[in-house]
Write a protein that binds this ligand. Structure first.
Ligand code: ARG
Length: 259
């Protein structure tokens, strides 16, 4: 009877999670980014949610008390300065922490929506953040992390590409950096779609997904990437692709002064 109940619960979980894995392999863990684990905001105090007309749509990272780094594609229409707010200091998408109105935003001038090169942008906040255990800035990497380095992704995005919904609680997953050369090689399926200004990260059944865009890829305690694009989510031959912060850092440093 106990076993039957457990099996039944496992089936229920598998269904509610979108049944990506065969029933027997479905883990009873709470949620994912894809393959993720719930995070407290104290462990990722630089993570913010970008909200448009009151709803989460992208992630971002705090780099100073009034500047957020995100993806350029998150700032595309229909995002405007007036409909954009940032939630900081909460691991919940819909409540907690502080919700601050954007004052200005700027996408990289070289951003190309077809190729996704230079997929980075900054948002200036109307009110300065007060730093504490749940709200802190993260330093931007100035050196591209090596292939194979440990790196984590986080966000409130979808927990599976098909059928998954956006997570109410911040999730993270541990991945490894896939260097640009390796990511564009025949080991994976992207080939020349992986360009300069991009870096990849992957782990079996773990990835960023829709709604995680703009959010952080962190390695060695530094911001090394910004969630940009991927073929579906967590496909074996298609790593997540990120804007490479080390390559785009100079642009960000300039943009945060002029935005
Ligand atoms: N472009 C997506 C977004 O707007 C993020 C896609 C990331 N995909 C991936 N497989 N890593 O949220």
């Amino acid at each position: 009877m106990f076993l039957l109940t457990v099996t039944f619960l496992a089936m229920l979980l598998a269904i509610t999670n979108g049944a990506v894995l065969p029933l027997g392999l479905e883990s009873p863990q709470d949620g994912r980014i894809v393959g993720g684990i719930a995070s407290s905001i104290e462990d990722r105090p630089w993570q913010v949610s970008l909200q448009r007309s009151g709803a989460h749509f992208c992630g971002g990272s705090i780099i100073s008390n009034n500047i957020i780094v995100t993806a350029a594609h998150c700032l595309d229409s229909p995002t405007t300065v007036s409909n954009l707010r940032i939630r900081a200091g909460s691991n919940k998408r819909t409540y907690g922490g502080v919700l601050i109105q954007a004052a200005a935003m700027k996408a990289h001038e070289g951003y190309n929506s077809e190729t996704k090169v230079n997929d980075i942008g900054v948002v200036r906040l109307q009110t300065k953040l007060t730093f504490g255990s749940t709200i802190k800035a993260i330093a931007m990497a100035s050196v591209t992390p090596a292939h194979g380095s440990a790196a984590s992704i986080s966000g409130w995005g979808k927990t599976s590409y098909t059928g998954g919904s956006s997570s109410g609680t911040l999730l993270y997953a541990d991945t490894r950096i896939v260097g640009r050369t390796q990511c564009a090689s025949s080991t994976y399926g992207y080939g020349s779609f992986v360009r300069a200004t991009m870096i990849c990260a992957a782990a079996a059944n773990k990835d960023a997904c829709q709604g995680d865009s703009g959010g952080p890829l962190v390695s060695g305690g530094q911001l090394v990437g910004v969630v940009s694009w991927g073929r579906e989510c967590a496909l074996a031959n298609y790593p997540g692709v990120f804007a490479n912060v080390a390559e785009l850092r100079d642009w960000v440093l300039q943009a945060q002064k002029t935005v």
